[in-house]
Design a protein around this ligand. Structure first.
Ligand code: SAM
Length: 269
């Protein structure tokens, strides 16, 4: 199934440093394109089935209007799935998708998120790159903190399920994503970011290269036990005029399944 790249949005929707996507019609329309046929929905269901439990309890961090959670919960019958979506913007519009096995917590996922519960799976679907701060260093710490907290909330054989975008630079280790962060987090050059097609102009996003995501995961003590590249992703067809100023060799989207290091690492992951 072909999928569009993530749609542009009006950056004036950004308030309080949090991305207020739930008030953006294009975001809602994009979210609703998620279905039981989406590659990452199918991939997560396969992993839940492999685990062999009768029930699976999940947390969808930054799960938006719950389209992904609903698709997984309603198309997976064995195991029986229930998912909590935690997102600071869920109630901004009455757009959340009702489903018997999906519930919503209106909260950011940070130190304040109160839960002693342990989960079979924790989802970060196109969310980690939105967890940013006021500098490269603090952004790195913010992403580390989110993954570390998620790791601490896993059951013994639990997984972290990530869908992310990868930007491989023409030179260096992570140059393209550094440029994207610098350009998108500056109000002064928001117009440049918009010209380059960024839907996050003026608010900041911190994607990473494969090496840089791996470095982050290593620091947290997580390892990839499975991965799946989304070969039909529309966003991979980034024109040369957009790639050149970002010194971007290629962009792709993939799913990664993470476990605490030392547990079941697959040789080909
Ligand atoms: C690109 S959207 C992805 C939505 C959803 N995961 C999906 O795939 O449809 C990013 C989401 O992250 C949420 N978000 C931003 N900062 C967050 C935080 N600190 N904690 C939880 N969610 C956050 C936003 O409200 C938004 O819904």
């Amino acid at each position: 199934m072909k999928a569009e790249a993530y749609p542009p949005m009006d950056s004036s929707d950004n308030k309080d440093g949090l991305r207020k996507e739930l008030s953006d019609e294009k975001f809602i329309a994009w979210s609703k394109g998620t279905s039981e046929r989406s590659y990452d929905v199918q991939s997560l269901i396969e992993h839940l089935q492999k685990a062999g439990h009768a029930e699976a309890i999940g947390l969808d961090i930054g799960g938006g209007i719950g389209a992904f959670a609903k698709a997984v919960a309603e198309s997976c019958t064995n195991p029986k799935v229930s998912i909590t979506v935690v997102d600071p913007g869920v109630d901004a519009l009455d757009q959340k998708m009702e489903s018997p096995n999906v519930e919503y917590q209106l909260a950011p996922f940070d130190e304040s998120y109160p839960s002693d519960q342990k989960f079979d799976f924790i989802i970060f679907r196109t969310v980690l790159h939105h967890l940013i701060s006021d500098s490269e260093k603090n952004t790195y710490e913010t992403q580390i903190a989110a993954l570390s907290k998620a790791k601490s909330m896993l059951k013994d054989d639990g997984i972290i399920f990530v869908t992310e975008n990868f930007y491989e630079p023409m030179f260096g280790n992570d140059l393209t994503s550094r440029i994207i962060y610098a350009v998108t987090s500056s109000n002064a050059v928001a117009w440049v970011a918009r010209k380059l097609g960024a839907n996050t102009a003026g608010e900041g996003v911190r994607f990473r290269s494969s090496d840089s995501w791996k470095q982050l995961q290593d620091t947290v003590g997580l390892e990839v036990v499975d991965s799946l590249r989304y070969t039909d992703w529309g966003g991979a067809n980034m024109p040369f005029w957009q790639r050149l100023p970002l010194l971007c060799k290629e962009r792709f989207q993939a799913v990664q399944v993470l476990k605490p290091a030392g547990k079941d690492a697959a040789p080909n992951a």
